[in-house]
Every structure is written in structure tokens, then in C-alpha cells.
Design a protein around this ligand. Sequence first.
Ligand code: NAD
Length: 538
Amino acid sequence: MDMPVAPPPSDGPEPVLLCRDAATGEHLGEVAIMGPKEVDAAVARARQAQVAWGETSFRERRAVLRDLLRRILADQESIARAACRDSGKTPVDAAMGEVFPVCEKLRYTIASGERDLRPSPRRSGFLLHKSARVEYSPLGVVGVIAPWNFPFHNLLCPLIPALFAGNAVVTKVSELATWSSLGYLGLIREVLRGRGHDPELVQVVTGYGETGQALIRSGVETIFFTGSPENGRRVMATAAESLTPVILELGGKDPMIVCDDASLDQAADAAMLGVFTACGQMCVGAERIYVFDSVYDEFIARVCGRVEALRQGPPLRGEFDVGAMTMPRQIEIIQRLVDDAVAKGARLLTGGKRNEGLPEGSYYEPTILVDVDHRMRITQEEQFGPVMVIVRVQDEEEAITLANDCPYGLGSSIFTRDRRRADRIAARLQTGMAVVNDYGLAYMMQDLPFGGVKISGVGKINGREGLRACCNAKAVVRDRIPVRKGIAVYPVRAATEPLISETIRVIYSRGPVAKVRAAGRAAKALYALARGRKRERR
Ligand code: NAD
């Protein structure tokens, strides 16, 4: 994959966005900050390209997605490495969290997209002479506003269903993921070009929040926003001005419940993955681990040594388990939350501060915080860092109560060997996803909808719900048995109202006797109407 070459840092008057390697601070390039004019122009180019694309068959769109999958498989190492540079994560995290889910989304869409978007027949109710169906037509231009944590995934995952549904896509990539995103754009456009399609179908716009606001105001047909709840509110408020629909994928603070009958090895593996993947910078990070009292010490013993042994460093300069924070400011946010917890009685078993041994980039030590309780802010506010937060609970009831005592409601996981207990807990958790005896797998099952409740979001991505959110679900009514006569309600006569009310009784009364009686009265009213009309004609 060709990556943009870095020009030397400029000191000209143009407002530019500086791209840096998150792990080393190395200068990667400069990109223009786009204003409303540039954004509108990008949307116009996309809109023009969509006209022909919207006419393509599912077969042709599948062929494009197959080519894209082939390209990704061939280039996966360089794709992962580009994501590492922008985000500071390790190549293993990039392969697992970026490339893997994108490939699965492509596989799912190629295999099932047409099934999910095929016109779907619906019941026509009492109107037996008509047939009804839903047709999923493209919206036009889909606008996406993406965060920084998984640059490749965040660009590709909304784009795949949007394109498959026949739309053009304009994505405002994160200011912290711009360099890699422009490389990925090149790859996508090459694939489009290779199949004879207009590469302008996919646009990337660059800049900060203002550029995102310009995209919302640009006339796109819908907005998929992924980011923080605060900015989600701003996006929704701006979209309300033009009544542009929004799907909001906001933050998470996922609970993981470890019951007394759980396999502790399995739970410990999941906790390591849920806390330290991408240095904890995941919306579905396992940010709160509730462990039953009787296995509390044993669980901590199983994770403690493993966390202490994690090797941290610049991911592309050696073999490391944990990388850097993407956003330098995040370290201060994490530190404030950890300090608040310690001041209120939580114990630090390891870590708890910036990794000073690594002078370049922003590194926070892999950390374990135990004896946490719900007076501490770290149980309520997203930390987005490599901090394992462990809370002791007495039983199932307390675990559920505390898990739900949080403004977020994205994912969750439950560890128990008892299926009934798992179902019972899953049913009561106020979250969009619940996974039993594993972590985060709901995202890898692309047939499932993904999205949160409470301040974690509005609407769903993934699955048929996500694909259909890129469409106008048009209700179409056609003839089953042609009836060449309309309903002559006007002009209204004395018998018109009885005819309608008796018809309603025929349809909705219970029991044949009531229906037959109403049918008799309706026939009488109909006869009176017909006779009246005949008289008027004479
Ligand atoms: P962010 O909200 O700061 O930014 C997200 C995107 O929105 C960026 O492209 C940014 O430039 C843009 N933006 C910022 N202000 C805007 C505004 N006023 N109007 C329009 N666009 C604006 O989020 P982030 O810091 O990039 O990402 C981290 C957040 O994203 C976390 O809260 C995380 O949990 C969440 N996230 C959620 C999911 C999910 O699927 N639920 C996935 C990944 C990340």
C-alpha cells in the first residue's frame, strides 16, 4: 500500500493539520484543514459518482468488495503498520482489531448483503387484493464522522455497508488518524478504478470538529458518527437543523462480571484482552471488572503477574505487548481518574503512572487497581486506558446493580458455567450487547446489530440493521388482484358513515356472529348509497 510521503513541516499561513507517529512523535506529514467549501465540493463529487453506482447490481458491488478483500489480504501487514503509526498500537492489536473485523465485515456483506437488502414481502392485512413489500433503495451520500482509535477499521467498517447499499460515502476522518486514512483511501479508490467505477464515489475530508460540522451541514442524506457522547450531542443538535438522520456510536464503560463458578483462567484471558488491547482505547474496553468475593483474591492472583510482565514500547521498533496512547492528553484523563480512586481507598497493585522510561510518545503503564467502589469516578467516566479496574461484589444481585450503575451501556460480558445464571444476568444488564464466557465477540459476529443504550449511542450498525440504516426502506403496495374501481367516499351521503363503521366492525369484531351481523348492516348501507347515486344520476 502506498502511503502519503511527508513533506517537511511548513510554516506558511495555510491552516494545516500535522500528522505524527503516536509512538515516537515522528513527523508523518501535513494535511489541509477543510472548510465548508471544500467539504461541499467533496460531497458534490461523491453525489455525481453515486448516480451510476446506485444503478449497479448487487453482483457488481459484490465483485468490488471481493477485490477489496483480496487487496487487504495481500497488503495486511502494511495496512496494520500504517494504523500502528497513527494510533500507537502494536501490529498484533492492529491485526486483531482493525484488519480482522474489516475482513469479517467484507465476508459477511459479500455472503449476506443481498439477502438483507432484497425487497422483503410484508403482510397486506385485510387488504387481500394488494401485495406489500419493502424495497431498500440507496439514500445517496452517506456522511461518516470517525474517531481515531482504529483508523483502518473506522474508515472501512461504515463504508462497506454504505457502498453495498448503493451509496457514495464521505468520511471525516479523525485529526489523529488522517495520515493512514489517506493511504487507505488510495487503496479503496484503486479497487474502484480497477473495476471501472468512479473513484470519486469515496471521499475523505480532513480537519477537526468544524470540518465534521461542515459535513453535517453539507446536505448528506444521513450521518454515522462514532466518538464521544459530548460530541455526539453536538452532532445531533446540528443534524436537527436540517432533520438529517443520525446514528451515534458513542463511548462505553463495559462491565465484565466474574461469578464464583467461572473458569478463572478463561476470565483472566478475557480481562487481559478487554483491558490491554490497543492500550484500552476501545469503546468496548472492559473498563469495570466485578468479581465475586469468594474468587476475588484468586482472580487477582491470576492477572497480576501477567500484567506486571507486559512489555511496553514503540510498537514498530521491537516486540512489545502494549503500545502508546494515541492522544497525549489521554494520560492526564487517566491519571486524574486513578488518583481519585486511590484517594478514596482503591489499591494500586502495579502501574498507576506515565511510563517515564519511554521519553518519546505518550505511554501509560499497564495498571491494576483493586478494591474500587462506586464512589470513585473511574466507575462512571470513560478512562480509555490500560487500567484494569477490579470491584469486589458479594453476589449476582450486587454485580447486576453495580454494572447498571453507570451512564454508559455499550457491551458487557459474563463469566459463569451456569447457563441459566448467564441468561438471567444478560437479560438484566442495561447494555446493547452481552457476551457469555468471552470478551467482545459480538462485534465479530457481523450478523448481529452493534450499538449501545443510555449515553452509549442511538441506533445500530452491523447486521441487517446496519445495512438497512444506509437505505430508504420504501413501502411499496402493488396489485395482487386488480380491482379497477376506487373507493367512492365523496360526495358524502347519509349512508357513507354507517358503511365505514360497519366495515370496521366486520374486520375487527370477535366471533362470526358479530361479523355476519355487521356485514349485513354494511351491505344495507352500500345498497342505500348505490340507490341514492342512481337516483341522482337520473
Ligand atoms: P471525538 O468525539 O473527539 O471525535 C470523533 C470524531 O468527531 C473526530 O473525527 C472529530 O474530529 C469529530 N468531531 C469532534 N467534534 C465534533 C463536532 N462538534 N462536530 C462534528 N464532529 C466532531 O472522539 P475520539 O476522541 O476521536 O474517539 C474516542 C471516543 O469515541 C470515545 O468516547 C470512544 O468510546 C468512542 N468510540 C465509540 C465507538 C462505538 O462504536 N461505540 C467506537 C470507537 C470509539
